[in-house]
Design a protein around this ligand. Sequence first.
Ligand code: AHG
Ligand code: MN
Ligand code: MN
Length: 357
Amino acid sequence: MASIVTIERHILEQQKRYPGATGVFTQLLYDMALAAKIIARETTRAGLVGILGASDDHNVYGEQQQKLDIFADETIFKINDHTGRLCAMASEEHEDIIQIPPHFDTGKYVLLYDPLDGSSNIDVNVSVGTIFAIHRKVSTSERGAPEDILQPGRNLAAAGYVIYGSSTMMVYSTGQGVHGFTLDPSVGEFLLSHQNIRIPNEAMYYSANAGNEKYWTPGVRRYGKWLQGIEGEGRKPLGHRYIGSLVSDFHRNLLRGGVFFYPGDLQEAGKPYGKMRLMFEAQAIGFLAEQAGGYCSDGIGNVLDIQPHSLHQRVPLIVGNRDLVEKAEAYIREYDQEWVEAYRPFREGQMEAAGND
Ligand code: AHG
Ligand code: MN
Ligand code: MN
């Protein structure tokens, strides 16, 4: 008979492993669990409270913001702005670093978040999510400084995601394994449902937007055929599953084994860097993948080792079973040198994305 473990108690147990932990970090994870409950409530009611549909605002990428995007973004900010645990925040929906209001104390952590991931799925009742990452403050300045935010994923103190789907789940890691909690809405508690998630050795699925295949580079195209058992040594084909919400595609592959890839391509000159956001999606997902025994690459190397140079930097993302991700890197190394040469300056900060793209 499994014991009933709430996320609060689990976080406290985790904290005990950090001698001298002050509990601030633990409180910060509670805060994200609270934000998840509040956003979950709205996502299940979205159809009823006129929160559906696009707002007339647009985010830094020029994407029309869905009202739920804005609700989720504001909820996370309002839960964290006054606690004195953070020195700054950054959100996918805000162009610049979000400073803590001057009348509130600052703390020694930084919160980065994608408040609503999979926004295109909101109006069609397909699961969406929230992604968050927590860095430790490294600058000596009183308030948040760019160097506190633009840290490599290798430095992360914690990361996690929430999926608002058939059930609401919160998955997080503080570097001591990956743990999943399912919300019991009747008592408003996240209860431990997936202790120490490890990605299965045998993969079942691959996830990619096959509609982009025309633009994929030669190596990535071959890789896609290899996953289907058509190219190379004729491996057993993997099932194709693609939801269009990174958190849901990643979560399924984490539990069942598989690889998600959103590659860079040469469709648009000067934009070889793909779609995923390094600071708001890739670092958190990469941290969790590695904690669960998987691997996350941008096609060249480990996403966690990329030194960020801009807040809204985009990266290609290939994440899941280590052997499947390394196979993608091998295909890219062998067939996609043209793309590698085009992308590398963006990876290393010698070139910036065009505009706010
Ligand atoms: P967001 O809604 O935060 O912009 O994220 C959407 C991302 C990611 O969740 C998903 O994997 C990907 O966009 C889907 O992109 P395509 O619709 O181009 O396949
Ligand atoms: Mn997203
Ligand atoms: Mn988003």
